[in-house]
Design a protein around this ligand. Structure first.
Ligand SMILES: Cc1ncc(C[n+]2csc(CCOP(=O)(O)OP(=O)(O)O)c2C)c(N)n1
Ligand SMILES: [Mg+2]
Length: 891
């Protein structure tokens, strides 16, 4: 009997039927009913009739792939037979075809006018990439032998893609799952941005490929930003999701179908979805199944069933899968159980994968996701194919090794097989010749990180001279930064390389004036007249806009920061990202991306604005940040600074530009910016070095203006440096806005307590500490040589009295240098959760206001017996501080 569709087609023709269907669809959409899915049948998206001829010599490719499989497996098994360093076999085993088809036919290496396709390799598949590089002759046996043993003699291979550790090889770190996907999205968009701004000279656009796991799709970073791809028409982006239906512990969706779930999501987000579910062996079965029962049966099964079919013998699948319907049993009558067991999944079928890739690379207007169904641990047999333990499989016994060898025809003899020797055919073998010829035709080896030596003509320090003068009005360091940025935008050497990145906070930071000045990048330009077009800082979008206004996504903004900050390597075009955001939503929110920025050798400036637990008044517990500097301090390549004044900012930015973009250092900067206005003082002479190193004396102690009214009782035993005629000395280290508490305390201390306190600006405790540790370690290793002294030790060596630190951060930030401060460091800080209130009340609450700083200083002096304790008690009274007040930090 003919279906309604067939009847319509016959009587109306295809065009009218299509129109009719559209009409039905829109009527259906308007009818209240349960949500219909966005999925298509559980079958290959591209029908067999549209499959192109395979251009390669697939037999040779299969041989090559088998060698990769063997060597990748051998690398992990070998490493674990001698050491317990871990490694993964089954991820690559399931993805080998997905990679090999791309390596032989799609991935293009860098050439003169082409930066190379940008490929995010799935982290756990790294043994496969090493195995390929071994066959290509880029790595030797020693490297493979030392997989995961980087500290072994002669070096080794890093566990996963880490550009920090293998800077000539890996481009993109991917192993913290979810980060590869989101970075690839923003990389695709950043490539368009560079092109739009006329900063590329490629003759053809690079593709960005991301390979990811189906389990990885549960990470919010993986799927959370996919609409960007469709919105920006990123047809330069291809994701390949290896749907082996398993993650580490077990099935990804045992009771459902991960492929269908993902298809719905991606289609809903506007992506082109290509499903590669079944291999060529099934084509004949589908062609002969006129009843549609085969598809129906597939749709009935859940992923847990499919997993079971690949661990059980063919007889099981015959009985439980095909056996449900007599018609299906008949359909596979001609197949042996073994043939049924070997019916390939699409992701293991070279031709199906090629078909999908070709279609994806040619697709216009949308990004493509390929959902490729595979078997986890494919080829490992009982050792781990499709098992729940597959992911952790690292060892294989001799029997399993022999089976593997036989299955993939590896020429390794019985007498050595237990040692899992690596195998590379001779250079003139057909396999090696083919492999090299293919890579040559495609532009060279991959992965490869090639850094061209491109330096920028960065502004010298005197370019920033205007910031070394006193400010005309009271301004915040955030405003000072905005001014520095605008001055930089006028500098010929760097202006076009600047990339301001903002997650919807430009107005908060007073940077909205940049909208008009340099425009917000939009691939579509501006299709509407902005409501504020009459104003000075109207919302100006443009195709060549310079600002990346990301909207409310700190992860996306970090991904942009990373794409821009690595442009010197990926594009040979150094770009200077200035990512400014709400400090609290920086490393705390997206810390893993900050860490990754170090690994990937990103450069640029991160600006944690509205910083400070008490400076950001009103906002309360979730907004007031007093610990980002500590987070930032944990990243080895990050230089965290907590500047107090505009001139400090200018000195740091100027030096950062020099170090990163003229000297080529792979570092990045983290600067706290505050929103409290005060007069920016002129730069004292000769402080540049101290600013950069982390500490300098900003204002020497004030002499008591009224000597007669000063004075205080000395400790009863008369010890201490505060003898007659001598001033009591103290040193207050202040950072950021809270240096104002130190400066005010300095006055009170001189006026009321006869203490001459020097105020120092502590711009970076981390850098002071790193330097001190470096010296200390050297001394430990060279105990008989004359000891080295750190910067902070030298700086403070001759200073007398007590040392106090006060900042808008938790005490641990300043405590970092305590061991190297003569006589120790007493710290005040903002430990505890924030509160909504005024600055004054918050500072009293957290004990970082001027009065608390005075008390802290007197207490530190009393602890050293430089003054009597009753002076402190009196000050507490005089200054109106309640000694029984609540302590902010309770646990
Ligand atoms: C953020 C993060 N969480 C957890 C892990 C640990 N981990 C590594 S691989 C893996 C399972 C991966 O499953 P899937 O994404 O499906 O990849 P497959 O190996 O199956 O291809 C897990 C949990 C990680 N690397 N990163
Ligand atoms: Mg998986």
């Amino acid at each position: 009997m003919q279906s309604v569709f067939e009847l319509a087609l016959e009587s109306q023709g295809s065009e009218r039927t299509a129109k009719l269907l559209e009409k039905f669809a829109s009527q259906l959409r308007a009818t209240p009913r349960p949500q219909a899915g966005l999925t298509t049948p559980y079958a290959n998206t591209i029908p067999v009739e549209q499959q192109p001829k395979y251009p390669g010599d697939w037999k040779t490719e299969r041989r090559i792939k088998s060698l990769m499989r063997w060597n990748a497996m051998a690398m992990v098994v070998k490493a674990n037979s001698t050491t317990n360093v871990g490694g993964h076999i089954s991820t690559y085993a399931s993805a080998a075809t997905l990679y090999e088809v791309a390596f032989n036919h799609f991935f293009r290496g860098a050439t003169e006018n082409f930066p190379g396709d940008m490929i995010y390799f799935q982290g756990h598949a790294s043994p496969g990439m090493y195995a390929r590089a071994f066959l290509e002759g880029r790595l030797d046996e020693r490297h493979l032998q030392n997989f995961r043993q980087e500290l072994a003699e002669g070096g080794g291979l890093s566990s996963y893609p880490h550009p920090y550790l293998m800077p000539d090889f890996w481009q993109f770190p991917t192993v913290s799952m979810g980060l590869g996907p989101i970075m690839s999205l923003y990389q695709g968009r950043f490539n368009r941005y560079l092109q739009s701004r006329g900063l590329t000279n490629w003759n053809t656009e690079p593709k960005v490929w991301a390979f990811l796991g189906d389990g990885e799709c549960d990470e919010p970073e993986t799927l959370g930003a996919i609409t960007l791809g469709a919105r920006e028409n990123l047809d330069n982006l291809i994701w390949v999701i290896n749907c082996n239906l398993q993650r580490l512990d077990g099935p990804v969706r045992g009771n459902g179908k991960i492929i269908q779930e993902l298809e719905g999501l991606f289609r809903g987000a506007g992506w082109n979805v290509i499903k590669v579910i079944w291999g060529s062996d099934w084509d004949d079965l589908f062609a002969r199944d006129k009843s549609g029962l085969l598809l129906k049966r597939m749709e009935e099964c859940v992923d847990g069933d499919f997993q079971k079919y690949c661990v059980e013998p063919g007889s099981y699948t015959r009985k439980h899968f095909f056996g449900k319907y007599p018609e299906l049993l008949a359909l596979v009558n001609h197949l042996t159980d073994d043939q049924i067991r070997k019916l390939l999944r699409g992701g293991h079928d070279t031709k199906k994968v090629y078909t999908a890739y070709k279609s994806a690379t040619e697709h216009k207007g949308q990004p493509t996701v390929i959902l490729a169904k595979t078997v986890k641990g494919y080829g490992l047999g009982e050792a781990g194919e499709g098992r729940n333990i597959s992911h952790q499989q690292k060892k294989m016994n001799e029997k399993e090794l022999r089976e593997f060898r036989e299955r993939f025809e590896i020429p390794v003899n019985d007498d050595v097989i237990a040692e899992t020797p690596f195998y590379r055919p001779p250079a003139d073998s057909p396999e090696i010749k083919y492999l090299l010829e293919r890579r040559k035709a495609l532009g060279g080896f991959l992965p490869a990180r090639i850094v061209k030596d491109v330096k920028l003509d960065v502004p010298k320090l005197d370019y920033f001279a205007e910031f070394f003068k006193e400010s005309r009005t009271e301004i915040s360091t955030t405003t000072a930064f905005g001014n520095i940025l605008r001055v930089l935008l006028r500098h010929k050497g760097v202006s076009k390389n600047l990339v301001p990145i903002i997650p919807d906070e430009a107005r908060t930071f007073g940077l909205d004036v940049l909208f008009r000045e340099i425009g917000i990048y939009s691939s579509k330009g501006q299709l509407y007249e902005p409501v504020d077009s009459q104003t000075l800082s109207f919302y100006h979008e443009a195709k060549d806009g310079q600002i990346l206004e990301e909207g409310i996504t700190e992860s996306g903004s970090m991904a942009s920061f990373i794409a821009a900050g690595t442009s010197y390597a990926t594009h040979g075009v150094p770009m200077i990202p200035f990512y400014i955001y709400y400090s609290m939503f920086g490393p705390q929110r997206t810390g893993d991306l900050f860490w990754l920025a170090g690994d990937i050798r990103a450069k640029g400036f991160l600006l944690g604005a509205t910083a400070g637990r008490t400076t950001l008044n009103g906002e309360g517990l979730q907004h007031q940040d007093g610990h980002s500097l500590l987070h930032a301090s944990t990243i080895p390549t990050c230089l965290p600074y907590d500047p107090a004044f505009g001139f400090e900012l200018a000195v740091i930015v100027a030096d950062g530009l020099r170090r990163m973009y003229a000297e080529g250092e792979d570092i990045f900067y983290y600067l706290s910016l505050y929103n409290e206005n005060y007069q920016m003082p002129p730069m004292p002479p000769g402080v540049e070095d101290g600013i950069l190193k982390g500490l300098y004396k900003f204002k020497s102690g004030i002499e008591n203006p009224h000597p007669a009214s000063g004075g205080h009782p000395l400790p009863s035993d008369g010890r201490g440096a505060g003898g007659e005629g001598k001033k009591i000395k103290a040193h207050i280290f202040g950072s950021g806005t809270i240096i104002q508490s130190a400066l005010k305390a300095q006055e009170i201390l001189a006026e009321k307590y006869d203490v001459s306190a020097d105020v120092w600006s502590a711009t970076s405790y981390k850098l002071l500490r790193t330097d001190a540790i470096r010296c200390q370690r050297w001394n430990m290793m060279h105990p008989t040589e004359s000891a080295r002294k750190s910067y902070v030790e030298n700086l403070l060596a001759k200073e007398q009295g007590a040392f106090i630190a006060v900042s808008d951060n938790i005490r641990t930030v300043s405590d970092q240098i305590a061991p190297w401060v003569p006589g120790g460091l007493f710290t005040l800080g903002t430990d505890g959760f924030g509160r909504s209130d005024t600055r004054a009340r918050l500072r009293r609450f957290f004990e970082v206001d001027a009065e608390s700083t005075v008390i802290g200083t007197l207490y530190a002096l009393a602890e050293k017996n430089l003054i009597g304790r009753e002076v402190v008690a009196q000050a507490i009274k005089d200054l109106g501080v309640d000694p029984e007040k609540v302590q902010p930090q309770l646990v």
